[in-house]
Ligand binder design. Structure first.
Ligand code: PLP
Length: 399
């Protein structure tokens, strides 16, 4: 279909900036030059904009504005949560319970804390449906556990984790609960007070806001030691002059998500079901990885029985045909020849763990794009190596 506009189905990697967000932040690039720490009019204008955005972000997740600490990314928010809690318990043993499918922002920080700061870390297993069992987490908590960190939604397979139950389990044992809500926050209602979440990580570019801005949202009286030192901005928890335009954009993006989340999730579920149904008809060896329903509204992770080793070729063929999807997470796109640790944790063998195609729909996608994608997908699958009869290749781990 020469000349057809490209289809962007990689919203889990990053979302396009919403035009309303762009309009809100633009004046803070063009005209508002103040440093929010300055006392003059320009400084006070910038400060007011930052505080307004803080309220908007807090409202998205049912928190107090006081608890919002702006960071440079979701990754930094995860680092601050894990390292900040660890360091708040300086001089005492620290044990962290997390899951086997966390984003590298949590996984690698845990590994670093284990190696360099003597923290012990235990990884809760995940079931083959991509969901972590709160009882499995409970069984891993011991007297030295200070923090349980379980993501709200997985970035590779899209499964939603039972966050409220996880928080309850942690609190029953007197332990803090952190969730990485970077993927979930745009369309899953999270309320830190109702759900009992002590620390929650967010990222601007996953909710139609700018890149390079995130937040760690903390409940009252959560012990946290800063990991970045300097001028004492963000209540001393994250020094560095605030990125005012990005913060304003992030705030507006959060406001829009809070206002439209319900209807947007319903629309995305319909698009997702259309895509899954269409795939079933057009590509019979395709299967959905992870629980069919307890997943992000716009997230589909597909395996292709017997052709699992080919997902990178499929992704590139689709790219050539005008569609952006991914083979897993954006961070692992350059390690496509390695099996995904997330799929391995779900019980996939090394061959099948290379074989996922992640299709993630978002606010600006349409039914017409889904239909066009189905044509392009079935054509692209047809060009792949023929389906093998390799033992175990079609075993049904997935829904
Ligand atoms: N956590 C999850 C679940 C993610 O999917 C991502 C990004 O893909 C991050 C954290 C990191 O966020 P950022 O790109 O803002 O550093």
């Amino acid at each position: 279909m020469a000349g057809a506009p490209r289809i962007y189905f990689d919203n889990a990697a990053t979302t396009p900036i919403d035009p309303r967000v762009r309009a809100a932040l633009q004046p803070y690039l063009d005209d508002c030059l103040g440093n929010p720490s300055s006392l003059h009019v320009e400084g006070r204008t910038a400060r007011a904009a930052v505080e307004n955005a803080r309220r908007q972000v807090a409202e998205l997740v049912g928190a107090s504005p006081h608890g919002v600490v702006f960071t440079g990314s979701g990754t930094e928010a995860d680092n601050l949560a894990l390292a900040g809690v660890t360091r708040a318990f300086a001089g005492q043993p620290v044990h962290i319970v997390t899951s086997a499918i966390e984003h590298p922002a949590v996984r690698e920080t845990c590994a670093w804390l284990a190696q360099r700061e003597g923290v012990s870390v235990t990884y809760a297993p995940v079931k083959s449906d991509g969901i972590v069992d709160p009882d499995a987490v409970a069984a891993l908590i011991d007297r030295e556990t200070r923090l349980v960190s379980i993501m709200a939604a997985n970035n590779v397979v899209g499964t939603l984790q039972p966050v409220r139950e996880m928080a309850r389990v942690a609190h029953t044992h007197g332990v803090l609960f952190h969730t990485d809500a970077v993927q979930a926050a745009s369309c899953v209602p999270l309320d830190m007070q109702r759900d009992g979440i002590d620390l929650l990580s967010l990222s601007g570019h996953k909710l139609y806001g700018p890149k390079g801005i995130g937040a760690l949202v903390c409940g009252d009286s959560v012990p946290l030691t800063p990991v970045i030192h300097g001028g004492g901005q963000e209540r001393g928890l994250r020094s560095g002059t605030e990125n005012v335009a990005a913060i304003v954009g992030f705030g507006e993006a959060a406001r829009l998500c809070a206002a439209t989340r319900g209807e947007e999730a319903a629309r995305l579920v319909q698009l997702r079901e259309r895509l899954i149904e269409g795939t079933r008809t057009r590509v019979p060896n395709a299967y959905v990885i992870g629980d069919l329903y307890r997943r992000l509204p716009g997230h589909v992770c597909l395996g292709f029985a017997g052709q699992e080793g080919e997902s990178i070729k499929l992704m590139l063929a689709l790219d050539e045909a005008g569609v952006a999807v991914s083979t897993g997470s954006a961070c692992s796109a350059h390690k496509a020849s390695e099996p995904s640790y997330v799929l391995t944790a779900l019980g996939f063998d090394a061959f099948r763990a290379r074989g996922a195609l992640r299709i993630t729909l978002g606010r600006f996608n349409t039914e017409g794009e889904v239909d066009r994608f189905l044509d392009l997908l079935s054509r692209a699958v047809g060009t792949l190596r023929p389906i093998t009869t390799r033992a175990g290749a079609v075993a049904g781990v997935c829904s």
